[in-house]
Each structure stands twice: as C-alpha cells, then as structure tokens.
Write a protein that binds this ligand. Structure first.
Ligand SMILES: Nc1ncnc2c1ncn2[C@@H]1O[C@H](COP(=O)(O)OP(=O)(O)OP(=O)(O)O)[C@@H](O)[C@H]1O
Length: 458
C-alpha cells in the first residue's frame, strides 16, 4: 500500500481528500500544521506528501526544503497544493524539487493522476537507490578471506579520494568488479563508468577508441562508413568526462599510445584523431593489468613515467587458489544469482562438492568458478542441491579420458583449452603470436581464452 500525508490547515479539505484517497486504497494520514507534518515525515516513511503552501505556523516552501534535506531513502515526493493566485509560488516550489503542484479548488481527476505519477516517481527513486546499494561493496565483492576483507577496506578508503588506481591480478580475479566498486563508492558515482579493454582492441584502432576521431581522419584506408564518408566518434576519454575511465589490460598499449595517454592524463586535455580542437575533460582513471608492469618497464615495453602516473594507489588481487576459503561463499552467491536468472528454486551445495572445488587450482580464477556454477545449474535442471557427481572433471593437466566428459560441449571446451594452452606455450605466452599460430584475430583469441577460463598472462 502507498502512503500519503495530507498537510493542509483547512479541515474540510483534509477530510474530503482523506476519504477519496482511502477509497483509492491509499494509506492516508493528515496534519494541520507544519510542525505536526515534520514530526510525522520523520517518524514514518510516506511515499507522497500533499503540501499546502499556506500553513498557519510556517511557509510551505520551508517545509519543502526540510523534507528535501531528509535522507534519500526516507524522503517522500512532495506535491504542492496552492491557493488561487499563488501559482508563481507553486512554480517556484517545483523548481525547488516539488514533484508537481495542484491548484485549489482541487480537480479530482488531476489530483488522482498527479498522485499516481508521484507514487511511481517515488518507487523508481527507491528502486534506483536499492540497485545502487546492492551494487555497493557488501553484496558485490563476495569473500570473507583476509585478502577479500582487506580489499573491501582498501576500496572504502580509496574510493572517495580522486586518486588514480592500478589494480594487479590474474585474469578473472575480479579487477573490473573492484574498479566498478571504487566508482560506485566515489563522489563520481552518479556519473558514468566507461571501460576500455586495451587487449581486446587491435593496435590500429586503440587511439581512435581512446581519443575519438573527427571528420577528415583516416584519409586513406582506416575507418570509413558504408557510405564511404569518415564517421565521427567520441572516444572513451570524452565519454567518461565527469566520471571514471577503466583501462583494462593497460599493459597492452603500444609505446606510442602510452605517450599520448600520459600527456592526456597529465593535462586532462587531448585532441581527437584528425581533430584540431583539444578537448578538456575531468576523468578519474582506474587501470588494471595482469602483467608485472615493473618487468615490462625493464623490458622496455612500458613507460616508467606512465607507470608512476597510474600507480598512485596500487591494489593487488590474489588469485583464487590463494584464498580458497572464499569458494563456498562465492558458490552460494553464484547459485543465488543464476537461480534468480534461470527462475530456479533455492539451491544448495553439498560439503563433498565444496571439497572437490577446493582441490582445484582455478587458473581462470573467480570467472572460471562462476562459469562452472552456471554450467552445472543449466545441465542439472532438476537438482536442488549440487553434489559431487554434478561437477565436471576439474583437473587441468592429468591424463583425461573422453569418458569423463558428460557433454560434447565439455569435451570440446577441454580440447580447445588444451590446444590453446599448447600454442600459448609455443608462443612464449605472447597472445598476438599465439593468435597468429592459431589463425585467429588476437581479440577473438582473447575472448575465447576468457570464456574458457584461461588466465591471460604474458
Ligand atoms: N569477489 C567476487 N565476488 C563476486 N563475484 C566476483 C568476485 N570476483 C570476481 N567475480 C566475478 O567473476 C567474474 C570475473 O571478474 P572480473 O571481470 O572483475 O575479473 P577481471 O580480473 O577484471 O578479469 P580480466 O582480467 O580477465 O578482465 C565477473 O563475473 C565477476 O562478477
């Protein structure tokens, strides 16, 4: 039931409105003065306050201001009721944050429509807050191991500062999740979070992705539309203005691109490819890498000055094999998540199954575990409890007989995983070289490795 508070000094109006709204199945309370109203809104959550602008003890606009100062969770929408000739004040009230206004004498139809819309606006605002809360740390970064707790604490401390963050960790350990959590806990939370995966984009396109391009860029070859005219595009730096830019796999940028990123970071200013006008932005950069950038610097593959610019606050996310005590919580969390997604009843997991999962080394980290839980759920539509027998074979290297696979897809995945790992070995872990050996686009191989839970390390 939606709850409405009617604040009006005229008892007759309070009485008739109350009667009508009760018939419409609203929960209704009334107040005749500002003082009474303020006590009531602080004590109980109302969805909408119908507020007369003329009150005996105070100006309705002051009351509106006080209601607006309430915490977002308990703040109702306010609909102003204005007497004849006070429309200007009512308009002012909507500018101050009132949802809408009604003029006396009240029209029944309009009152009911405005109320219905205000209740809907209140519901949307509440859902939005709830979504943001769910997305905040507690529910997102699952884990009670010492490193998981330390990460949550570090995020809480660092998020409100504007400091650049560099997140280290193997593929699938949750680097993106951490970047999103930092954004969600920061002052920039109401602005955009934009992501660019530097490894998934061909080297020839990365500058255009970062800085965008303008008409006239790419005079020959390059990017052109189907009509033959070069298109315009806003780069991620421009799109992230006011918000956070997450540069994933930052170690995969060429030295030339690194130089441009360095200058853009230093000055918060850059010029799109083919453009003439520099663009000023206000962007917080969070970068992530699964390589040791110090090693890359020694090898001459990464600029030291850029490293220091990015590495203001370093985060290190340990692989799952070093925090196996998080596995049961993660499994239960993923069962809940996929259960909801696939409309399944509450699922449990047996101790034996958890023990088997703890034996595995999880080269693809949390992503591999999450994919496994999803697969098990799909392949066992009637199971209410995940048992040992539901799990696919988990050892990576041991001699595996084909009879161990329960589906063709599992056999195919295992074969592909082995084959890619072999080629990665031949290519000395260089993804571009391995992609050549396999006859695949680098970005395609990268996605495939991710899907198969192969840690992308160089
Ligand atoms: N602590 C965690 N709690 C809940 N889910 C997690 C956790 N860590 C990782 N995940 C989930 O695992 C998957 C992989 O995480 P994420 O994409 O953040 O990893 P990553 O380190 O950025 O990987 P890559 O380096 O391959 O881009 C995501 O679906 C993410 O939601």
């Amino acid at each position: 039931m939606n709850h409405i508070l009617i604040v009006d000094d005229e008892a007759e109006i309070r009485g008739s409105l109350e009667e009508i709204l009760r018939e419409e199945e609203y929960g209704v309370a009334t107040a005749g003065t500002a003082a009474e109203a303020m006590v009531m809104v602080q004590d109980a959550p109302y969805d909408v306050v119908l507020l007369d602008i003329w009150l005996p003890d105070r100006d309705g606009l002051d009351v509106l201001g006080e209601i607006h100062a309430l915490p977002a969770e308990s703040r109702p929408e306010v609909v102003i009721i204005s007497g004849h000739g006070t429309i200007e004040t009512a308009v002012k009230a909507t500018k101050l944050g009132a949802y809408d206004f009604l003029e006396k004498p009240l029209s029944l139809d309009r009152t009911l429509i405005v109320l219905k819309n205000a209740v809907e606006a209140r519901r949307l605002r509440r859902d939005n807050l709830e979504f943001k809360r769910q997305f905040s740390l507690g529910s997102v970064l699952t884990g009670e191991s010492v490193p998981a707790k330390a990460l949550r604490q570090q995020i809480r401390l660092m998020a409100p500062t504007n400091g650049r963050v560099l997140i280290y960790g193997e593929s699938g350990t949750g680097k993106e999740l951490i970047a999103r959590a930092i954004h969600a806990e920061s002052e920039r939370r109401d602005s955009v979070f934009v992501e660019l995966n530097c490894a998934a984009i061909p080297e020839t396109h990365i500058e255009a992705e970062l800085f965008g391009y303008r008409h006239g860029a790419f005079p020959s070859g390059g990017v052109v539309t189907a009509q033959g005219a070069p298109p315009e595009k806003r780069g991620v730096l421009e799109r992230a203005d006011g918000g956070t830019l997450f540069l994933d796999e930052v170690g995969d940028m060429s030295l030339k691109t690194q130089a441009k990123v360095l200058s853009a970071l230093d000055e918060q200013l850059f010029t799109p490819v083919g453009g003439t006008q520099p663009i000023r932005v206000d962007v917080r950069v969070i970068a992530a890498t699964n390589k040791s950038l110090e090693e890359e610097i020694t090898k001459g593959n990464f600029r030291e000055d850029l490293f220091y610019r990015l590495n203001v606050v370093p985060f290190s996310v340990p692989p799952l094999r070093e925090r196996k005590q998080d596995i049961p919580l993660l499994v239960r969390e993923f069962l809940k998540e996929f259960g909801r997604q696939y409309g399944r009843p509450r699922m449990e997991v047996s101790e034996e199954a958890l023990e088997a999962l703890a034996q595995h080394t999880w080269p693809g980290n949390v992503r591999e575990l999450k994919n496994l839980v999803e697969r098990v759920l799909i392949l066992n539509p009637r199971a209410l409890r995940i048992e040992r027998k539901h799990l696919p074979p988990l050892t990576q290297k041991a001699g595996r007989g084909q009879e161990e696979f329960s589906t063709l897809q599992q056999a195919r995945d295992a074969y592909e995983r082995d084959y890619i790992l072999k080629k990665m070995e031949e290519a000395k872990s260089n993804v571009s070289r391995a992609a050549e050996l396999l006859g695949l686009e680098r970005s395609h191989l990268y996605r495939k490795m991710k899907a198969l839970g192969i840690a992308v390390r160089e």
